[in-house]
Design a protein around this ligand. Structure first.
Ligand SMILES: [Zn+2]
Length: 278
């Protein structure tokens, strides 16, 4: 079958005109055949979500390749997606193009996957950390995209915390329990257990530094993202950007303490809504 690949470039720039002429470059690559109207819908979806990611987490210091594949599973708009993190930074999306633009916008997959790229690939052993990070950020991005209100986002975090609290109410070490949950394929519990680190980081940044986690990640794009390639590097950079030991302290806690100590009593951060386009 003839494989048609179209590459569409779109460039975003934010901030006051003239101050930030360089935006993240995002390439859409059509790996299967899509109709013109499907392409229009999927392009608008990915443009809106990419914009919201870059507004939330900063312009990435590399091009992002977004690959579109057809998937005939009719149960949801994006049944499957995964990142590519070796010679390039990108995401492969497997989509059911029958769904409406609104359905695609309400799906958390693209905010989650594109958020992953804002920090380096950290290896399978740190899956709890990288999936926790993307899970926490996906709703921040959906807030930025006006898909969720602040109250709806907070409700989602509260509900995720309620779901995992009984699982982590344990004297086992957090890392051991997270590994067991992973081997049992209880991925929601693995992801949202890890996300607790980022909720705690966001709350501590607010109270100790009057900053937010997305603000730190924005600065990180030019202060470590291009050179870090493991968890230790990343944590050292985030501590440096935040001028604190919040990140190393939290990672130490999650790596060494019990599941109960690490996860329970995680606060849902008070979200500061920024108005960057003013
Ligand atoms: Zn993920």
């Amino acid at each position: 079958m003839l494989k048609l690949i179209f590459i569409l470039y779109f460039v975003f720039s934010f901030g006051d005109a003239g101050q930030e002429p360089e935006g993240s470059m995002t390439n859409i690559i059509w790996e299967d055949q899509f109709t013109a109207s499907e392409k229009e819908k999927l392009t608008i979806w990915l443009q809106r979500i990419s914009s919201a990611v870059f507004e939330t987490l900063g312009e990435y210091p590399f091009e992002v390749n977004l690959y579109l594949h057809r998937n005939e599973n009719k149960n949801e708009p994006v049944p499957w997606a995964h990142t590519v993190r070796d010679d390039e930074e990108g995401v492969h999306f497997y989509v059911c193009a029958d769904y409406s633009l609104g359905d695609f916008m309400n799906d958390w997959t693209a905010p989650h996957e594109i958020s992953h790229l804002s920090i380096p690939y950290l290896g399978k052993k740190n899956l709890w950390f990288s999936e926790g990070y993307a899970s926490y950020m996906q709703y921040r991005v959906m807030l930025q995209a006006d898909v969720l209100t602040a109250d709806e986002m907070t409700d989602r975090y509260i509900s995720k915390l309620q779901n995992i609290s009984p699982v982590y109410d344990s004297d086992e070490r957090f890392l051991a329990l997270s590994g067991q949950l992973r081997s049992q394929h209880n991925y929601p519990a693995v992801y949202w257990g890890g996300a607790c680190l980022f909720m705690q980081a966001d709350s501590m940044l607010k109270s100790e530094r009057n900053m937010s986690l997305p603000e730190i990640i924005k600065q990180y794009q030019s202060r470590g993202r291009s050179t870090d390639d493991n968890l230790d590097d990343l944590i050292a950079s985030l501590d440096e950007v935040s001028q604190s030991t919040i990140f190393s302290d939290l990672v130490n806690k999650f790596q060494n303490e019990t599941a109960r100590e690490a996860v329970l009593n995680t606060p849902v951060p008070e979200i500061i809504i920024t108005t960057e386009k003013d």
